[in-house]
Design a protein around this ligand. Structure first.
Ligand code: MG
Length: 386
């Protein structure tokens, strides 16, 4: 099977940087959508695709293993480099093996297959709203405009291990595969995406058209698309079917320590220095793992927000970061007696889902101003003893 690949990426109209990355190194293709403060998102998505590419070239394991390893690499960087603490990324990767395509996926970027003019979604979004849809809590329509639609339930680089979706699809000549970040799918309907893929034969033009309509739809996010056209090996090249693979506009990764001139140090001193560094790393990793297991709901930028970590700082280092900033006004929430004194200090949650539940409760209370059950009250009020 012959593959003709094209890609396009754009910052959009709202964001200050492009945190998406992509990879078009036949036979391996991927998109990644990074998240995290400062340059964290950029670093995460870029590190993920670079690691994937490197492992593939080394022939280390299969595609899901390589994604798993990329997860570990991004996680470890976020542990040791405070500037990018808490970063993460989506990753949707496609490996072409003859007439089969292996798809590995984490997050809310997507893979679609266009066959005979019909677009089929190959991946499942790892988002809170998708889970709510599958559990019948909200409809697909409600999900598309839900204020928390971008909250991920799974991302690369935020835990030591990640669950990787792994799927294989058979492809035929004439098939077209699309990999895209949510900048496209949150701005453009599936029908409109299908129309473009059907109507524009040249993959590079199709990729650019998709990015353009995402921006015309509002361009609220970075948009990245990779388009793969499959054709017969022996067949003449499709008209204008040259492989067009623009380089990703990616800043170089934060470099390691600059090389220093080597001087001989006493061996004993080196051993001790090594031990001290190792202990410091163990302590940092331990602290980070502890903080990562802590969740609370507090205030960020005058909005109710979900935080990871603990609501305090030590020697100027904040031991928390915002995971989700909601659209709920903190002022309104604090005008309710039940949250008045608590939101500012942070309301502790057992885990991420618990924090989400608290936010939902606050949202309902603020919107409905109805009878407020006290959150955090012990669940059981069963007074009868054994
Ligand atoms: Mg995005």
């Amino acid at each position: 099977m012959r593959v003709t690949a094209a890609a396009a990426t754009d910052i959009g109209l709202v964001r200050e940087g492009n945190e998406d990355s992509y990879l078009t190194e036949e036979p391996l293709f991927a998109v990644a959508d990074g998240m995290g403060g400062h340059r964290g998102g950029e670093v995460a998505s870029q590190l993920a695709v670079e690691t994937l590419e490197k492992l593939f070239k080394q022939g280390a394991g299969d595609l899901p293993d390589q994604v798993q390893e990329a997860n570990r690499v991004v996680f470890e960087r976020s542990v040791v480099d405070e500037k990018v603490a808490g970063m993460g990324t989506t990753l949707t990767a496609a490996l072409v093996e003859g007439d089969r395509v292996r798809v590995a996926h984490v997050g809310d970027s997507r893979a679609y297959l266009l066959r005979d003019g019909n677009l089929r979604l190959l991946t499942e979004d790892h988002t809170l709203v998708h889970r709510m849809v599958t559990e019948g809590e909200i409809s697909q329509e409600e999900a598309e405009t839900h204020p928390q639609r971008s909250v991920l339930t799974r991302a690369l680089g935020v835990e030591t291990v990640v669950d990787v979706d792994d799927d294989t699809v058979q492809v035929r000549p004439g098939d077209r595969l699309l990999l895209c970040t949510d900048g496209l799918t949150s701005m453009v309907s599936v029908q409109a995406i299908e129309e473009v893929l059907r109507a524009v034969p040249d993959p590079q033009e199709a990729a650019q058209r998709l990015v353009r309509i995402a921006n015309e739809g509002g361009g609220a996010d970075n948009t990245t698309v990779v388009v793969l056209d499959f054709s017969d090996d022996g067949a003449a090249a499709a008209p204008n079917g040259k492989t067009a693979v623009p380089e990703a506009e990616i800043a170089p990764p934060p470099a390691g320590r600059p090389p220093r001139s080597r001087r001989r140090l006493p061996r004993k001193l080196l051993v001790w220095a090594g031990i001290i560094v190792a202990l410091a790393v163990v302590a940092l990793v331990g602290l980070r793992l502890y903080l990562d297991s802590q969740w609370y709901v507090g205030v960020s930028d005058e909005h109710v927000a979900i935080f990871r970590g603990i609501p305090t700082e030590v020697a100027g280092f904040e031991l928390h970061h915002v995971v989700v900033e909601t659209t709920i006004s903190a002022e309104k929430a604090e005008s309710l007696a039940v949250y008045q004194d608590r939101l500012g200090d942070g309301i502790t949650a057992e885990d991420r889902d618990g924090a989400g539940a608290i936010v939902e409760q606050i949202r309902q209370d603020v919107e409905g101003m109805r009878q407020i059950p006290k959150p955090n009250q012990p669940g059981s009020t069963d007074a009868s003893g054994p």
